[in-house]
Design a protein around this ligand. Structure first.
Ligand SMILES: Nc1nc(=O)c2c([nH]1)NC[C@@H]1CN(c3ccc(C(=O)N[C@@H](CCC(=O)O)C(=O)O)cc3)C=[N+]21
Length: 287
């Protein structure tokens, strides 16, 4: 058996075409959604990601607001740009590209952001709303994965989902998302302290691997027919992406997300969704 592909590129394209119509409707009412990005330093990988986000914006008609600071920027320099983006009416949502340079208090920066403009869905206020089941922006990678599964007709309701990794951007926030009534999954959150990882993995109808450990998920640990999502982005000596999922898993799983071409494009599409929804919310509260 060879697993069917969870095509993130095609699913993201479908979401972007739906967004194009929503952006046009907003513009017809005089509102242009705008995504702001703050990039600190000159890491080529971070720059590449940020450029990709603005390219996506152009595709759907969202305006781009790009801010950059040198790697030597101080806490105060960064916070000044955050305040400017909070106040800039053209910016309806924004992200501070992570990681920030060493010595910067990242949480202090993130807490200064206007939660109404949180495009990542990772502001403490947004995470709190997720816990309390209130509407708000959702974390991009977790909700992107939910939409990728739904797009391919994979049942989440009642499924046992095993999450690998307790990072806030994926594992931890995804546990909160999947245990809502609207997703209704049973979740096991595994991490470096988990004793018998293979035994946990064998229970899973759906595996989300976001540990950052190359080829952590082995074919012999996967239940036949399971859906396996690879969020890992390690690099080999040639700079090629190595995921958390061993290639042999494709012979056992029912569904597998390619990497690249799986979860990454969905994360980017969800960021656009958050920007458009933030603009829609401001427009309804204003009039
Ligand atoms: N505030 C903040 N928000 C983020 O969402 C954020 C961040 N900081 N810092 C860095 C990580 C990384 N990240 C990616 C998103 C999409 C792809 C993506 O689309 N990758 C493509 C191409 C991969 C390649 O070829 O390099 C793919 O998977 O097909 C990758 C990585 C968002 N991040």
């Amino acid at each position: 058996m060879t697993a069917q592909i969870l095509d993130g590129k095609a699913t993201a394209a479908a979401i972007k075409s739906e967004l194009t119509a929503r952006v046009a409707a907003l513009k017809a009412r005089g509102i242009t959604p705008g995504l702001g990005t703050l990039l600190v330093g000159d890491d080529p990988g971070s720059r590449w990601y940020v450029n990709g986000k603005h390219k996506d914006c152009a595709e759907v008609g969202i305006a781009s607001i790009q801010r950059e600071l040198p790697a030597t920027a101080s806490q105060e320099d960064i916070e000044a740009v955050v305040r400017e983006l909070n106040e800039n009416p053209e910016c309806t949502g924004y992200i501070v590209q992570l990681p920030l340079p060493k010595g910067i208090d990242t949480n202090r920066v993130l807490e200064l952001m206007d939660p109404a403009k949180d495009a990542d869905g990772l502001h403490p206020m947004s995470l709190g709303r997720l816990v309390l089941n209130e509407p708000g922006p959702l974390p991009c990678t977790p909700y992107g994965i939910v939409r990728l599964l739904r797009h391919h007709g994979i049942e989440i309701n009642g499924a046992h989902v095993v999450l690998l990794g307790r990072g806030v951007t994926v594992g931890r926030s995804m546990g909160l998302l999947l245990t809502r009534k609207s997703e209704n999954a049973t979740v096991t959150l595994c991490h470096t302290g988990t004793r018998d990882l293979a035994a946990q993995l064998r229970q899973a109808d759906i595996v989300v691997a976001a540990a950052g450990v190359p080829h952590l998920v082995k074919p012999e640990d996967v239940k036949p027919g399971a859906a396996v999502l690879d969020v890992g982005v390690s690099r080999d000596e040639n700079g090629k992406i190595v995921g958390d999922v061993h290639p042999g898993v494709a012979e056992v799983a029912g569904w597998i997300s390619p990497n690249p071409g799986g979860v990454g494009p969905m994360t980017r599409a969800q960021l656009l969704v958050n920007v458009v929804e933030a603009a829609e919310r401001t427009s309804t509260s204003a009039g």
